[in-house]
Write a protein that binds this ligand. Structure first.
Ligand SMILES: Nc1ncnc2c1ncn2[C@@H]1O[C@H](COP(=O)(O)OP(=O)(O)OP(=O)(O)O)[C@@H](O)[C@H]1O
Ligand SMILES: [Mg+2]
Length: 452
């Protein structure tokens, strides 16, 4: 589909402005004839235009003034000027002053169409590019890595300092701590950001396939290889290659990988041509590679090659307030995604979230919050909505409570369940409202948003 555009056609000669406008309208543009320079300047300030066609020689306010004004108010509108044969020098002067192009009178409709079409298409591409770049650039910040705790801030600092180098990075941490997220953040903040990011999970592949996945194969390399297959090293060339779960890599491929890292080249299976690679290598593992080395399952020389810079992601349970920070982040995410309006977490839910051990780390937290947002009943998220695995929780140091404390907590729970509806809570508690108000005062309880 041809992109549309809103075009202003300014000429003091009625026949010119009208015939040009009609021609452009027939070609599918929105063209508006304007009879003089001053009107054009007024319209530039009050309406949105994509292209400006303007005659140079007009009484009072001429084409130059319109051009200057247009540049002054909106440098992005391309201006094409009309000029007679006799004044081509003036046209050149106008181009120097910032006009995009010129057309010689009498205007040839074919030339006009061609020039306008080219401008509009170029503008359209530029807009698309700007949107794409903006999308990529916003992703370039770390804002998808949520957390304010000291350990995660240290991780962000490390990402920032290694991103623009080509150094090999080893990302370690338990499952679900965000290793892949960090690898992507390094790529997006590196000069390679417009090149591919290729992730391959070594653990997910049978070891016989790892080699052909990484290095590719030539047609006829083995039975069934009926076409050439490009490996991940080739795909990631000039970009970043994440070798995930590197601890699962078997010994033979460790040797191959070491060779590629040393020689920066490889051959496809069944081939003999050396292919250079300029991929930046990031590896990730939830195993302790030093233990793997000590026990002879991972080559020490490869370990040193990969471990030039280590980024360790601490488990979620060691990130303090990040748990709640992330919980709120995911609450908002899934509120928006599932069209819910959960208002937050009850204090009992908060206690549950902070006391839980999170063996599955951020991934487990995200899943728990998504589920709670989607299936939870009340306006707030309650502990029972979280469905956390009780066995994995540490034994809560639940002392037996004094009666007053138990009463206070019970009242609070009822109020949270009813979204602080005092009448409804009084009914459930089978006391009258005045008594409930007295108790709220005694225990210093108030609705969270009323608190100063
Ligand atoms: N700090 C964070 N902020 C926001 N989301 C996060 C954060 N850390 C992890 N996540 C999210 O948690 C999920 C798991 O993260 P990721 O896949 O990066 O973990 P991983 O360490 O690679 O896990 P595994 O070892 O199981 O492969 C993803 O959906 C990711 O977006
Ligand atoms: Mg991962």
């Amino acid at each position: 589909m041809k992109p549309t555009a809103r075009i202003m056609v300014v000429d003091d000669e009625k026949i010119v402005r009208e015939s040009v406008s009609v021609w452009l309208q027939k070609s599918g543009y929105e063209a508006v004839p304007v009879e003089g320079g001053q009107q054009a300047i007024d319209l530039l300030q009050t309406e949105q235009w994509d292209v400006l066609l303007v005659d140079l020689k007009m009484p009072r306010v001429d084409g130059f003034k319109v051009l200057h004004k247009s540049i002054e108010t909106n440098a992005d509108i391309p201006v094409i000027i009309f000029t007679a044969y006799a004044t081509v020098e003036t046209a050149v002067e106008a181009m120097r002053a910032g006009a995009y192009d010129y057309l010689v009178k009498p205007i040839d409709p074919e030339v006009l169409s061609m020039k306008v079409e080219k401008i509009v298409e170029r503008q359209h591409l530029a807009q698309e590019n700007a949107v794409l770049r903006k999308n990529i650039d916003t992703l370039c910040q770390f804002d998808e890595i949520v957390g304010t705790s000291k350990p995660i801030q240290q991780v962000l600092d490390l990402i920032a300092s290694v991103a623009d180098s080509d150094a090999t990075v080893l990302i370690t941490g338990e499952s679900g701590t965000g290793k892949e997220l960090v690898a992507r953040a390094i790529h997006r903040n590196s000069p390679r950001r417009y090149k591919p990011f290729v992730a391959v999970s070594i653990g997910a592949l049978p070891s016989t396939l790892v080699e052909s996945e990484l290095f590719g194969y030539e047609k006829g390399a083995f039975t069934g290889a009926d076409h050439m297959h490009m490996g991940k090293f080739e795909m990631a060339d000039a970009g970043t290659l994440l070798l995930d779960e590197i601890g699962e890599m078997d010994q033979k491929i460790q040797v191959d990988l070491l060779r590629v890292l040393e020689e920066r080249s490889f051959t496809r299976l069944g081939g003999s041509r050396e292919i250079d690679t300029n991929a930046r290598i990031i590896t990730a593992t939830n195993r302790d590679l030093q233990v793997e080395v000590r026990e002879g399952r991972f080559r020490q020389d490869l370990f040193y090659r990969l471990n030039v810079i280590e980024i360790h992601l601490p488990p979620l349970r060691e990130r303090g307030d990040d748990i709640l920070f992330l919980a709120r982040h995911f609450l908002e995410k899934y509120n928006a995604k599932s069209n819910r309006k959960k208002q937050g977490f009850s204090s009992a839910a908060i206690e549950r979230l902070t006391n839980y051990q999170w063996p599955g780390n951020v991934r487990e937290l995200e899943n728990a919050i998504e589920r709670a947002v989607v299936v939870g009943k009340g306006p707030q998220i309650q502990p029972q909505d979280l469905w956390l695995n009780a066995e994995q929780s540490p034994p809560k140091e639940e002392k037996l409570l004094p009666l007053k404390e138990a009463e206070k907590r019970h009242i609070l729970q009822v109020l949270e369940e009813t979204d602080w509806n005092v009448s409804r809570s009084a009914q459930i508690l089978q006391i009258d409202r005045a008594t409930l108000y007295n108790k709220l005062k005694t225990y210093g309880l108030s609705r969270p948003k009323d608190r100063s």
